[in-house]
Design a protein around this ligand. Structure first.
Ligand SMILES: Cc1ncc(COP(=O)(O)O)c(C=O)c1O
Length: 415
């Protein structure tokens, strides 16, 4: 096989499983192109994309602003390293500082897990070098998800992600989500911070209850410990505000973002309150690619488009529309016993099913030209581009309804 030789779809599908480590379960489809909320596979078939690269492609595919900025920035400068400053990184950090609402200082990482790693490292150093008290333990939530590095595997409160990787880094204890009393009971003289997602994503799209984050903020303040929010999935307008915490009227000490920030290019960021950021001195932490001018220029375009195109409003409005449509499905007598719950905020929505193989639903939707993903074990998750419209949602709901009706038929045949 020469490097230039074109490969047919069957050849690629045969080669794929032989060349990658077998830690993914790819569906047998090869995507070659995207535009707006649609992607096309190698056979030319079109799909409606309500996965958006798992909450990444906030502007959809091939957004003109991203195309233009990538072209320009690639010609100007792709990479220089953090030995020097570059303009897109300074501008982006300045924008994020403003958006954070607490004058946060920014560290650029490469993904969600490395943004969270930075948060954990900073929190420990803050207590050791600024507060001068040895607080090093983190309280994280059961059913949480914080990424796949070894420390984030330990932070993630789900044994299924931890199995086989022991010994895990020490210093993480778990408490039930949405349970202030249980969290309070875990706080000790060792505790440095509480780390959590405002809406648990991979855990099955489970939002924090009204008042929970405010209560947690007070709890952390009363113990002199930090509140770290992982907004890797909920950030960048996903829930209808730039950060989900804005809707709770609180500010964290550290917030992490990634996914949607680069509109498809890999970037993560940790934003820390100025006092906390003093825990890092030169050399304390670093990464080669962090703050690369190319990804930062694209992220700036993403922030600009979110504002100019009114995507926070769209996220709220279309999110409601999607929730309403799914709620109608939940209450449809023809689907009795299939849908258990509908929940979410903005364009982060989950449909919890009852006794249904969600992977099968995902595959059936794919066969009908619709991309959806699964969160937890039994939740169909919708995290589409923030540019999604009512027409897309109507089309998706029609496909999903057909697929769920098939589940009902199959069930009655089995009886
Ligand atoms: C809340 C949350 N934190 C962290 C991560 C890890 O991000 P990444 O896969 O970019 O490392 C994810 C990914 O799904 C996430 O949803």
């Amino acid at each position: 096989m020469s490097r230039q030789e074109p490969l047919s779809t069957p050849q690629l599908l045969e080669l794929g499983p032989k060349v990658f480590t077998p830690n993914y379960r790819q569906l047998p489809v090869i995507f070659t192109r995207g535009e707006g909320c649609h992607v096309w596979d190698s056979t030319g078939r079109r799909y409606l994309d309500l996965v958006g690269g798992i909450a990444v492609n906030v502007l959809g595919h091939a957004h003109p602003m991203i195309v233009e900025v990538v072209n320009r920035q690639v010609r100007d400068l792709i990479h220089v390293s953090n030995l020097y400053y570059n303009e897109p990184a300074i501008r982006l950090a300045s924008e994020l500082q403003r958006l954070s609402g607490f004058g946060g200082r920014v560290f650029f990482a490469n993904c969600g897990a490395t943004a969270n790693e930075a948060a954990i490292k900073l929190a420990r150093r803050y207590f050791r070098t600024v507060v001068r008290r040895d607080r090093f333990e983190f309280i994280t939530m059961e059913h949480s998800f914080h990424g796949r590095t070894l420390a984030m595997t330990a932070a993630t409160g789900q044994p299924k992600y931890q199995m086989g990787y022991e010994p895990l880094p020490a210093g993480f204890v778990y408490a039930p989500f949405n349970d202030l009393q249980a969290i309070s009971a875990k706080i000790s003289s060792r505790t440095a911070a509480v780390l959590l997602e405002p809406i648990q994503g991979e855990g099955g799209v489970v939002p924090a209850k009204e008042g929970f984050l405010r209560g947690l903020r007070e709890l952390c303040d009363s113990h002199g410990i930090l509140l770290i929010l992982d907004e890797v999935q909920t950030g960048i307008g996903r829930t209808g505000s730039f950060f989900a915490y804005e809707q709770e009227g609180i500010k964290p000490d550290i917030v992490t973002i990634a996914k949607g920030l680069g509109g498809g290019l890999p970037i993560g960021a940790m934003i820390a309150a100025p006092k906390v950021a003093e825990g890092f001195e030169p050399g304390a932490h670093a990464t080669t690619f962090g703050g690369n001018p190319l990804v930062c220029a694209v992220a700036l375009a993403v922030l600009e488009a979110i504002e100019v195109e009114g995507l926070l409003d769209n996220s709220r409005m279309i999110g409601e529309y999607l929730l309403d449509g799914l709620t109608v499905m939940r209450d449809d007598p023809k689907l009795e016993g299939v849908v258990r719950d509908v929940r979410g905020r903005g364009l982060m929505v989950g449909l919890e099913l009852d006794g249904v193989d969600c992977r099968q639903i995902m595959t059936q939707c794919l066969h009908r030209g619709l991309l959806v993903s699964v969160a937890g074990t039994n939740v169909i998750r919708f995290v589409p581009p923030l540019i999604v419209g009512k027409g897309h949602i109507q089309a998706a709901l029609a496909v999903l309804y057909e697929v769920l009706i098939d589940v009902v038929k199959e069930r009655s045949q089995r009886k």
